[in-house]
Design a protein around this ligand. Sequence first.
Ligand SMILES: [Zn+2]
Length: 306
Amino acid sequence: MALPYRWQWRIERWKKSLRTLFGGGDEQPRPKICPACGALVGISATRCHECGTSLTFSLAAASKSLGGLIGGETPITTLILTVNVLLFGVSLLATGRETGALNLFGSISGRILLRMGARQSIAILQGELWRLVMPIFLHAGLLHIGMNSLFFVDIGPQVERLYGSARYLFIYVFTGICSFIASTAWNLWIYGGYGIGIGASGALSGLIGILLAMTSRRGGAYARMMRSQMMRMVGYLVIMALLPIGVDNAAHFGGLAAGFLLGKVMMDREPLNSREHNRAYAMGWTAGIVVVACMVTMVVHYLRPS
Ligand SMILES: [Zn+2]
């Protein structure tokens, strides 16, 4: 069976990292590139002679290894999609166990989503802040995750290439959290805290917001095309808000506003020098660690006898 080139390449990378892991270093050592400043460093160097970044233990080195392990040009988009699909699979199986019948096209049980970290405003007020992070990665059914993923694979890689993977992860998590803060406030005000909320669309609206801010500063054909595409997306969000279809408009417009404001203060290009690189890595790792901590809290909460 012929695998797509991208997967052949990825499998080669995995084999190679497994070989080095078990000490079978049969490969010729090659000069490396410093992940922080891009300088060429020696075969046995442990620290970059240009910018001083450690090549073994630093955020830059860890980011490079993680990016290499996931592979591809936009590893964070791949990682987020994988997490979304895995959590959807878990919620689907748990729903199947709860109802006694596995239905791929059915909706996910609200009780399961609540246990897995859905936005529940009263619980958030009582201190369960991980419920502002987990819902970014949860979905209510195949159609919900399908629609969001289609949009995500279209827009996500463009933002990841533009801002670099580390800043992109920060943008996604930050605007996602802002969207659920808006959603929580609105839900408390209008519905007195009743009900739950989930979905990536707040973070996705954040990506629309940041691209809008980026194109409002730049000229040229690409920016104009991107701008009209994003204006169309905002149009869809407004139409959805006017239709009685029960979407979380507070999350959409909260994420959109957060993304737009972030786009106004963030540099709309990949990091250039070691300082910018290291700052971007710090932002990306902070976002990543927040997500992992919330997932661990969710698992502890899920397994706790209720
Ligand atoms: Zn360097």
